[in-house]
Design a protein around this ligand. Structure first.
Ligand code: PRP
Length: 192
């Protein structure tokens, strides 16, 4: 799938495929340096993190194991519901493991704050986060909800627009785009 397949549902390409791959190579080099001599467990958060997990894992030289967790904080709309629930838990035991959570986007930070509390209670040797995208609200913190979601590796800070592609969906569509684009307003606000 590419830009032309979206027709007028695409407002703009925000980060093209080459920029994504180049940034993931930089992040992989940083992660390789930081985890030298250790084994790493990458925890991908389904479904959005599938693309970033696949490309980041292949850019790393560090030996990695991959596991997956499915949590849900959104319905099929554009706003966080504030409800996080586990759809699929990890297969791996995190005790004494070096764990790196891989996300496509930190938006409100709600999912990540919850996830960090949950995973840190499982006794990992270390727990860090890598996200391809981060929106401004993610840095504001969430008083009473676990505080600011700490993210060690960030691909791109983006404006608060509705974005799709490279794993990110609108109503389950557009995850397979190789780039990150902003969605035309008429798609999620019909009649506006
Ligand atoms: C997206 C994304 C993050 C979360 C971020 O997942 O993958 O997990 O939302 O939003 P937040 O920072 O506001 O909590 P989503 O629940 O849409 O599921 P999906 O990955 O299956 O699309």
């Amino acid at each position: 799938m590419d830009a032309k397949d979206m027709g007028d549902d695409l407002a703009a390409v925000l980060i093209d495929a080459d920029q994504i791959q180049a940034r993931l190579r930089e992040l992989a080099a940083e992660i390789d340096r930081d985890y030298a001599g250790r084994e790493l467990l990458l925890v991908g958060v389904l479904k959005g993190a599938v693309m970033v997990m696949a490309d980041l894992a292949r850019a790393l030289h560090t030996t990695v194991e991959m596991d997956w967790m499915a949590v849900s904080s959104y319905g099929s709309g554009t706003r966080s519901s504030g409800v996080v629930r586990i759809i699929k838990d990890l297969d791996a035991d995190l005790t004494d493991r070096h764990v790196l959570v891989v996300e496509d986007i930190v938006d409100s930070g709600l999912t990540l704050s919850w996830l960090m509390r949950n995973l840190s209670s499982r006794g990992p040797a270390s727990l860090e986060v890598c996200t391809l995208l981060r929106k401004p609200d993610a840095q504001k913190g969430h008083p009473g909800k676990g505080g600011q979601a700490p993210v060690k590796y960030v691909g791109f800070d983006i404006p608060p627009e509705f974005v799709v592609g490279y794993g990110l969906d609108y109503a389950e569509k557009y995850r397979s785009l190789p780039f990150v684009g902003s969605l035309a307003r008429h798609v999620y606000r019909p009649g506006s």
